[in-house]
Every structure is written in C-alpha cells, then in structure tokens.
Design a protein around this ligand. Structure first.
Ligand SMILES: Nc1ncnc2c1ncn2[C@@H]1O[C@H](COP(=O)(O)OP(=O)(O)OP(=O)(O)O)[C@@H](O)[C@H]1O
Ligand SMILES: [Mg+2]
Length: 276
C-alpha cells in the first residue's frame, strides 16, 4: 500500500466492566502479537488506573494527550515505542476531556490523529473498568468491542451490565468476548456461554467468542518484569493463546467505508458523548 493513501484502519476497544479482569494485559499482548504479524499497531491507553500500559511495559512517557490538547506538542511527540515497534499513546488526565471537547480542540484532535493515520494499521484502545461516559464513548467510537471476562460471577454480571447499556442505550449490535484466566479452552467456552445465555434472553445483541486465555503464572512473571508475556515467554500457554487471539482479530473484516478512518473515530468519540 502506498503511504498516505487512506486505507481503512482497524479500531478495536478492549473493555470488561469489572476491574482486574485482564483488559490491559490483553490489550498490550494483543498489540505486540499483532505487531509480530507485521501490523503497525498503535495502542491508546484510555485508562488512568495504576497498572496502566506504560507501567506494564516499564516505559516512561515524556508527554501525553493533555499536552496535545493544550497544543504544546503534536501527537507524534506523544507516541512512545514499545515491544515489536508497537506504538503507545500514554494515558493522560486529558482522556476525560477528550470526549468533552470544544469545537476548536475537537478539530485539533482530529488533525492530530490524521497526522499519524498513515502510520498505522490497527488502533487498539485499552479502556478503564466500569461504565463511565468516557468508557462508553471509546467503545461506541470503535469498530469492534472486545469484552474481557473471567469465570467469576461479578465479572459476568459486570460484563452483562456493560453490554446491556451498549445495546439498549447506544444500539450496539455486536460484541466479541475473550474469556481470560480460565483453565483451558473448554472452560473458556463455558464462561462465554454463561454470558451469552443471559444476553440472548434479555438483549438484542450478537456475542461472538473471540478466544480464551488460560490462567498462566508466566503472565504474572512477565508483569513483574514489566514485559509482554508474548515477547518474554512466547511458548507459554497464555502467550500462545494471545498469539492465536491476534490472528483471530487480524481476520475480522475491516469496514472499507468512513468508519475505517481515524477522523471518523474522533468524530464519533465526541459525538457519542453528546448523544449520551
Ligand atoms: N491470563 C492470566 N493469567 C494469570 N494472571 C493474569 C492473567 N490475566 C491477568 N492476570 C493477572 O491479573 C492482573 C490484572 O490484569 P490487568 O491489569 O490486565 O487487568 P485490568 O482489567 O486491566 O485491570 P484494571 O481494571 O485495574 O485496569 C495482572 O497483573 C495479572 O497478575
Ligand atoms: Mg487496566
């Protein structure tokens, strides 16, 4: 593909309802694994939580999105390089403001994203726990929503609550689900089916099982070493499952129309919030 041509970009937001289910680890490792497949990946850290992307990878951002909104730097200056050349937009207090922008800042943000659009194939978004307006804005602006659940009643109920809001208030009709910290593929499928059985009864949304990630101590060790498990222990069970997930995500169709462009993503990011 020639540079500068407006090729569609895959925009995937990772969420989960509940805290601590593995959203950030899935986002980071999915990103690194897709980079390994040859995709140019940018990971937008939309969570100000403690264990966020830069902490998980031991990176030290000098600037963040707030500086972009202030107009002091461009988005290119904010990007930091992670494993396999994956690029990261670090979390910032500006995140909240990002969905509540005035028209001028809004235009600034669109042009900031347009500047780096030709440098990426995939935009992943790691969202915060919960169903805040901010989280919902990112989810509605993305093409694909990847819900991380684990086999705990609270994870299933929180994921359901989130999916319900997305479906009933925002008309989202499809979500993909990854079961994390499960014993194996069979257990992962059961977790998926638990969530599916309630959504099927009460909502009008299609849930698709995207894969299962086993509970694996290698992942915890990688977290302690501030490395991505797919890079540090690529043969571990968790890493192999995450690499498979990357292939799955890579096989999802990308809309060839407007929604494949970052300008549209930013437009929706701001518009959804106003609509909500
Ligand atoms: N597949 C797994 N195997 C073992 N441990 C895991 C796995 N996935 C996640 N964990 C553990 O759960 C912890 C929390 O994961 P992570 O920070 O990715 O969750 P999160 O959903 O992003 O949390 P938050 O809601 O705080 O942002 C990790 O530090 C790790 O110890
Ligand atoms: Mg997180």
């Amino acid at each position: 593909m020639e540079q500068g041509s407006l090729r569609p970009i895959q925009v995937v937001a990772v969420t989960g309802g509940k805290g601590g289910v593995g959203k950030t680890n899935v986002s980071v490792n999915l990103g690194v694994a897709m980079a390994r497949l040859g995709r140019r990946v940018t990971l937008l850290d939309a969570d100000l939580g403690l264990a966020n992307v830069d902490v998980l990878l031991g990176l030290k951002p000098r600037h963040n999105l707030k500086d972009v909104l202030d107009g002091s730097v461009g988005l290119a200056d904010v990007l930091i390089e992670g494993p396999m050349g994956m690029r990261i937009v670090p979390a910032a207090s500006g995140m909240q403001e990002m969905v509540r922008l005035g028209p001028r800042q809004h235009a600034g943000l669109i042009s900031a994203f347009s500047d780096i659009e030709h440098q990426m194939d995939v935009l992943l978004i790691d969202t915060a726990a919960g169903i805040s307006d901010e989280v919902v804005s990112f989810l509605c602006a993305a093409q694909e929503i990847l819900v991380v659940v684990c086999d705990e009643p609270t994870s299933i109920t929180d994921a359901y609550a989130l999916i319900k809001v997305l479906n009933q208030r925002y008309g989202i009709e499809r979500a993909r689900v990854v079961a994390n910290m499960v014993r194996g593929d069979e257990d992962g499928l059961k977790v998926f089916e638990k969530l599916q059985s309630v959504t099927e009864r009460f909502l009008d949304i299609q849930l698709i099982h995207a894969g299962s990630i086993p509970f694996d101590d290698h992942l915890r060790r990688a977290v302690r070493k501030q490395r991505a498990v797919v890079e540090l222990y690529p043969m571990s069970k968790a890493a192999r499952a995450l690499l498979r997930l990357a292939e799955t995500v890579d096989s999802w169709p990308i809309p060839a129309v407007a929604s494949g462009h970052l300008e549209f993503f930013v437009e929706r990011l701001v518009a959804e919030h106003r609509a909500g």
